[in-house]
Design a protein around this ligand. Structure first.
Ligand code: ADP
Ligand code: MG
Length: 297
C-alpha cells in the first residue's frame, strides 16, 4: 500500500528535523495564516553570555560576589538566563553556595535564600525595589545596559538593589530567511512576543525585519496576544521554547517548540517539535502540510 499523504508528510517533516505529533497536527499546520515568535531561545540561540556585571556602589559587593549571589539563586532554574549566569560563575572558577527555598516565576525571575540572604534575580520591570536613591541609580544602570542591547537582570538582596547584570544572546542563523518565507507563505508579517525588555526586543526585531513587537509580556499576556489575533479570524502558529511560552503554545491554533534546549513542558505542550533547532524547518513543514492537504480529499 502507498502511505497516506499526511503520514508521508510526517515522515518528510522528520527528515527536516521536525517531530510532528499526529496526522491531525500535520493537517492543521497548512491552515496557519499568522505566526508569532518568542524571542529568547527561539529566534535567538538561547545560550546568552554574561557581558556586564555591575554591583551597585554602596552595597559592599564586588563583581564576583554579585555573580555568586545571582548564579547561586539561579542554579535550580532551567531558564537560558539562569544557565548563562551559572556558566559564567563556573568559568570564573567561583564556588556556588546552595540555594534554599527556591521559587521561579515564569516571565519574571527567581527567588531563593543564599547564605542567609533573600536573593531575587529577574526582570528589572517586574522586580521593583523600594523607591529611593538606590532605585534611581539602578534605573540608570538598567537603561544603560538595555540601550546597548543587553537583557538586563536585576539582583535584589533582602529587597534592596544589589546590582545589575547584562546578558547578550545571538540571533539564530537563518532566522531572517525563515521569517521572510513565513511572511510569503501566510501573506502576513510574523510578530514577536517576548518577556524581554522593549529595547532589546526592538533591536533584535529590526535585525530580522519584524515590525510588530510586543515586549515585557508575562506568559498570560502572550496568550492574550494570540487570542486577540484568533478573535480577528486568524489561525495562529506560536513558536516558542520556554515554560513562559507554554500557555500560548496551548492556546494557539498550532504550537511548535524549539527542541534542543526547550523546556520539557514546552515540548510536551507543543503540537510539533523542531528537533535540530533550525528555524528554516518551520516554513518547510507548513509547505509539506499544504502539499499533503491538496492530496487528501
Ligand atoms: P522570552 O519571552 O524572551 O523568552 P522570558 O519570558 O523567559 O523571555 O523572560 C522574560 C524576562 O523575565 C527576561 O528577560 C528576564 O528579565 C526575566 N526572567 C525570567 N526568568 C528569569 C530567570 N530565571 N532569571 C532572570 N531573569 C528572568
Ligand atoms: Mg523563550
Amino acid at each position: 500500500a502507498t502511505m497516506p499523504p499526511l503520514l508521508s508528510a510526517i515522515a518528510n517533516a522528520g527528515r527536516h528535523g521536525v517531530l510532528v505529533k499526529s496526522a491531525v497536527v500535520m493537517e492543521r499546520l497548512g491552515r496557519v495564516d499568522a505566526v508569532a515568535f518568542d524571542k529568547t531561545g527561539t529566534l535567538t540561540e538561547g545560550t546568552p553570555e554574561v557581558a556586564a556585571v555591575r554591583p551597585l556602589p554602596g552595597t559592599g559587593l564586588d563583581e564576583e560576589t554579585l555573580l555568586i549571589l545571582a548564579a547561586a539563586a539561579e542554579r535550580p532554574s532551567e531558564h537560558p538566563l539562569a544557565r548563562a549566569l551559572v556558566a559564567a560563575a563556573h568559568a570564573r572558577g567561583l564556588r556556588l553556595p546552595a540555594a534554599e527555598e527556591f521559587t521561579a516565576s515564569p516571565g519574571t525571575g527567581v527567588r531563593a535564600t543564599v547564605d542567609g540572604a533573600r536573593i531575587a534575580v529577574g526582570s528589572p520591570a517586574r522586580l521593583r525595589p523600594a523607591d529611593g536613591p538606590a532605585a534611581a541609580r539602578t534605573g540608570a544602570l538598567v537603561a544603560e545596559l538595555e540601550e546597548a542591547g543587553h537583557t538586563a537582570v536585576l539582583v535584589l538582596r533582602d529587597g534592596a538593589p544589589a546590582g545589575v547584570l547584562g546578558l547578550t544572546d545571538r540571533l539564530r542563523p537563518g532566522a531572517a530567511a525563515a521569517l521572510a518565507s513565513l511572511h510569503a507563505l501566510t501573506g502576513r508579517a510574523p510578530t514577536l512576543l517576548t518577556g524581554d525588555n522593549p529595547r532589546a526586543a526592538a533591536r533584535l526585531a529590526a535585525e530580522v525585519g519584524i515590525t510588530d513587537v510586543r515586549a515585557g509580556l508575562l506568559p498570560e499576556d502572550k496568550v492574550g496576544a494570540v487570542r486577540a489575533q484568533e478573535a480577528a479570524g486568524r489561525r495562529v502558529l506560536v513558536v516558542g521554547d520556554g515554560v513562559n511560552d507554554v500557555p500560548a503554545l496551548a492556546a494557539a491554533h498550532t504550537g511548535i517548540a524549539m527542541g534542543r534546549a526547550g523546556s520539557d513542558l514546552a515540548l510536551e505542550t507543543a503540537d510539533a517539535v523542531v528537533v535540530r533547532d533550525e528555524l528554516g524547518a518551520v516554513p518547510a513543514v507548513l509547505r509539506l502540510s499544504r502539499a499533503a492537504r491538496r492530496l487528501v480529499v
